[in-house]
Design a protein around this ligand. Structure first.
Ligand SMILES: *Cc1c(COP(=O)(O)O)cnc(C)c1O
Length: 388
């Protein structure tokens, strides 16, 4: 057993060219224009929520992803909150997401005073399972026509299932065609949590541009970072304008008057963060190429020692944000974590499944077989965009 772990530790140390130093799970890399643009933002004195880098970052992200419009936010979580509000989620509504996701997805649903419903992930994408989604909807929901529009009404609670939030786990795209078909059939809006998948494509489309709205994160551990930051992706400019309005305290445009027409939020990304973002985006393709090379190396290696390595699903091009392996069982996973972290090779288990958290103890769930299986066995291993 430990012999295999020794082999893995040696392989990681060789790949990262670090004999004894600590190896992080995911480190930011600043090798481009980050300092130059940040300095420029400071010199301009426009460091806060107005400035040329915010506009430029939005335009460049829209260009890269193929979105019609992008709206920058202070972080991915606030962007998710706005996406859900603009997706029509109201108090008492229900919102479907996957049981395996980072807590931010669920928190954003709660900020809308809506109830999350947890559905299983599939074993190929590690994202929302279309089969599990369809099963739950067939069993629990009636399609009712309200004002000429389809609404999914929960048979037990009477609430409307307003939105569905698939999340592209570790950068691997969900099976979006199937998810879109199912949600369209039920009149459910799709908000993609693409926080982890900047640079990932599904059938040639950037993740986050397939549903009604998509959300990206630029937190320090993501593939590109603005320190803290997020972005909303839209195909509809009117929805984008709404998002920008809500993110800037819902202040109506006027030369000097403070008029607000809605409860707004202070969610706008500061210019100094956007300056970092513009520089990081210039590096994105390079980071994706490096990460894909690292994951290929991992793939061959883990195949040779017969450990399951998580790979991108069919029809997709993943950014391989975080590499992951599946151990035999929870016991082996725990000894692997002990072993690697003791050797200063940072490894982490998966998030606790959403249905196990105390604030979610009364939440509705589908069958969660895959989620439980994966959560007990999966470990993330060092994944920084190193040059091999
Ligand atoms: C990182 C992340 C977020 C939130 O992003 P922040 O920018 O940290 O607020 C949301 N969802 C998922 C799945 C994430 O990994």
């Amino acid at each position: 057993m430990n012999k295999k772990f020794e082999l893995i530790a040696d392989f990681i140390r060789t790949s990262f060219k670090k004999d004894t130093e600590f190896i992080a799970l995911h480190e930011p890399i600043f090798e481009g224009n980050e300092i130059k643009y940040s300095n420029d933002a400071i010199k301009s004195t426009f460091v806060s929520s107005v400035g040329k880098y915010v506009d430029e970052f939005e335009e460049e992200i829209a260009k890269y992803t193929g979105a019609t419009k992008a709206v920058a936010c202070v972080n991915g979580t606030s962007a998710l909150h706005l996406a859900l509000l603009i997706g029509g989620v109201e108090k008492g509504d229900e919102v479907i997401t996957q049981d395996l996701t980072f807590i931010a997805t669920t928190n954003a649903i709660r900020y809308c005073n809506a109830e999350p419903i947890f559905i299983d992930v599939d074993r190929h994408s590690y994202g929302l399972s279309p089969i599990a989604l369809n099963n739950w909807l067939e069993e629990n929901v009636d399609i009712v026509i309200v004002n000429g529009e389809k609404q999914a009404i929960n048979k037990k609670t009477g609430a409307t299932v307003r939105a569905c939030v698939p999340m592209h786990t570790f950068g691997h795209p969900c099976d979006m065609d199937s998810i879109m078909d199912i949600c369209n059939k039920y009149g459910i809006n799709v908000i993609e949590d693409a926080a982890e998948s900047m640079g990932s494509f599904y059938k040639g489309k950037h993740t986050g541009t397939i549903g009604l709205i998509g959300v990206v994160s630029f937190n320090g551990n993501k593939i590109i970072t603005t320190g803290g930051g997020g972005m909303l992706l839209f195909n509809d400019s009117e929805l984008a304008a709404k998002a920008k309005h809500l993110s800037t305290q819902a202040k109506m445009p006027h030369a000097w008057e403070y008029k607000h027409d809605h409860i707004g939020y202070n969610y706008r990304m500061p210019n100094i963060n956007a300056a970092l973002g513009v520089a990081q985006l210039e590096e994105l393709n390079n980071f994706v190429a490096r990460k894909r090379k690292l994951s290929e190396r991992y793939m061959d290696f883990f195949q040779s020692i017969e450990i399951e390595f998580v790979t991108e699903p069919v029809n997709s091009q993943s950014n391989y944000w975080l590499n992951a392996v599946l151990l035999k069982d929870k016991e082996e996973r725990n000894s692997f974590l002990e072993f690697m972290n003791a050797k200063k090779i940072m490894t982490r288990p998966l998030w606790e499944p959403m249905h196990t958290l105390t604030m979610n103890k009364d939440a509705q769930c589908g069958d969660l077989t895959n989620s439980k299986y994966i959560a007990e066995r999966l470990v993330n291993i060092p994944s920084s965009a190193i040059s091999l």
